[in-house]
Design a binder for this molecule. Structure first.
Ligand SMILES: C[S@@+](CC[C@H](N)C(=O)[O-])C[C@H]1O[C@@H](n2cnc3c(N)ncnc32)[C@H](O)[C@@H]1O
Length: 467
């Protein structure tokens, strides 16, 4: 029942039209001065909703039914859409997803960082991923339960603990299709259950990685530590027998509480110690990366080509430039730039990742890249004796660039900063902190994660204070 003439209350039913999509994926509607946020909504839909939370200026509402459909709707391609927490937007046409993501990042930069909407690239659609499905080269699966009830899949939408059995995921290439179901079937017959902190159990995470270049597959199983790991051997044999492209099977243990897909101790590795992914620059030059079981690598290979090429194009470095690649991971962006500049110096917290960056440079016969293990949250994270940078590439975690590194950047004062970010809020905050010397002059974003709410931003900051 519509309740348009009366003041709204929690529990009221209301008919509203969804105007836009907020960063994070909720639909936005307006009603008598109130901004109303609705889950599972597509812009253009008229929905009958129930108010679930009411504040002075905004409210949250639950979608009850679609009154009028939107032109932006699409038919979800996965039977688990809606229950699985992985995808949020399969019901929105892909072109519309890139339109709304572009608006979300521009609005966030304007609101938090006071970036002018006139700035080059602001308000543009997010650059679409070359692949809309099958785009991932890595997928992490969770476990839940024990015996016949054991489930391998993704966290249920809206839940931190409940796991939905997915059997397969269309965001992974076809060759990996049956892996979660095979692992679920095997583990449910084992005498072990899912690990729960303080409660025992064994199975923790399943990580499937696949090279889009060679098709080679790596499976990494993470368990709790145990006196015997007898169950792993059988799983390893089964998967090698069933999956022709499986080249690496790794087993690690993890004691740490955070429920993340990273092993702490490698127990066994069968097959090749890494798989290799090759990305191509726009001029066709290949750059290859070794991916070991715990290494960070961008999860959308074709999207990474777009992202890295955009970083290179925006930086437009001179052949004499020294580039600092801060938060460099295993060398992703800097190695794309190496042949265009004099030197690249990469800084990264994880020793293991620094080793893989060095191996990647060797693999590509790149001799002008140097990699340093450094904690960029420390004020001495960047040694003073290094050659001064002309360009700094920043690709920090979601929390943004730590204050000591922002201070060092301001004192080193490179000509240009390329800031890559998966979080427009911290990008906007840091751009504001740098504004004494830098102006955000160009902006772009790349959709590395179609059908989810995630976005990858690239900003060029140029030095305006040349003193
Ligand atoms: C988003 S990833 C960037 C990866 C890389 N640019 C690429 O495309 O492959 C962020 C990286 O920052 C590193 N990192 C996180 N905190 C750090 C810190 N305090 N100091 C240095 N590196 C850090 C992480 O280990 C991770 O490799």
């Amino acid at each position: 029942m519509t309740n348009e003439n009366n003041a709204l209350a929690k529990g009221s039913t209301i008919e509203i039209e969804i105007e836009s999509l907020a960063f994070g994926g909720q639909g936005i509607a307006r009603h008598e001065g109130l901004t109303i946020f609705v889950d599972n909504a597509v812009p253009g839909q008229v929905l009958s909703c129930e108010i679930t939370k009411l504040k002075k200026r905004f409210a949250f509402a639950k979608r009850l039914e679609v009154v009028t459909h939107s032109k932006e709707e699409a038919t979800p391609f996965c039977e688990h859409f809606g229950t699985c927490g992985g995808c949020l937007h399969q019901d929105i046409d892909y072109k519309s997803q890139t339109y709304w993501k572009g608006r979300q990042v521009s609005d966030t930069l304007a609101r938090i960082g006071k970036i002018s909407q006139e700035t080059e690239g602001m308000g543009k659609d997010t650059l679409g991923s070359p692949l809309e499905t099958g785009y991932r080269n890595r997928m992490n699966f969770s476990f839940q339960g024990y015996g016949d009830e054991l489930t391998v899949g993704f966290k249920k939408r809206g839940s931190e603990t409940e796991v939905v059995s997915v059997g397969t995921c269309p965001l992974l290439p076809e060759s990996c299709k049956n892996i979660p179901a095979m692992v679920q079937s095997y583990c449910s017959k084992s005498k072990y259950g899912t690990y729960r902190h303080g409660k025992g159990g064994y199975w923790r995470k399943l990580v499937v990685r696949v090279s889009h270049e060679s098709g080679k597959i790596m499976i990494h199983v993470i368990t709790a530590p145990s006196k015997t790991h007898s169950a792993i051997k059988g799983l390893e044999e089964l998967l090698f027998a069933e999956i022709p492209d499986l080249k690496t099977f790794a087993h690690s243990t993890r004691i740490g509480r955070p429920d993340i897909a990273a092993g702490e101790r490698l127990i066994s590795l069968k097959g090749e110690p890494f798989i290799t992914e090759t990305l191509k620059k726009s001029d066709g030059t290949p750059v290859s990366y070794k991916i070991s079981p715990n290494a960070f690598f961008q999860t959308n290979s074709a999207g990474a080509e777009v992202l890295f090429q955009n970083c290179l194009d925006m930086a437009a470095p001179a052949a004499s430039d020294v580039v600092y690649d801060l938060f460099c991971g295993s060398g992703g962006i800097g190695m794309f730039m190496a042949s265009s500049v004099k030197k690249v110096i990469g800084f990264e917290l994880s020793k293991e990742t620094v080793l893989s960056a060095r191996e990647n440079a060797e693999l590509n016969k790149i001799e002008n890249c140097q990699y340093i293990t450094a904690n960029l949250a420390d004020k001495d994270g960047i040694p003073v004796e290094l050659p001064k940078p002309d360009v700094i590439v920043l690709d920090p975690p979601r929390s943004g660039v730590p204050a000591p590194t922002l201070a060092r950047i301001l004192s080193m004062a490179p000509e240009k900063i390329i800031y890559v970010s998966c979080n427009p809020s911290t990008l906007a905050r840091d751009a504001e902190r740098l504004e004494g010397k830098y102006t955000l002059t160009k902006f772009s974003s790349v959709d590395m994660f179609p059908h989810t709410a995630h976005i990858e931003c690239i900003a060029l900051l140029t030095r305006h204070d040349k003193s």
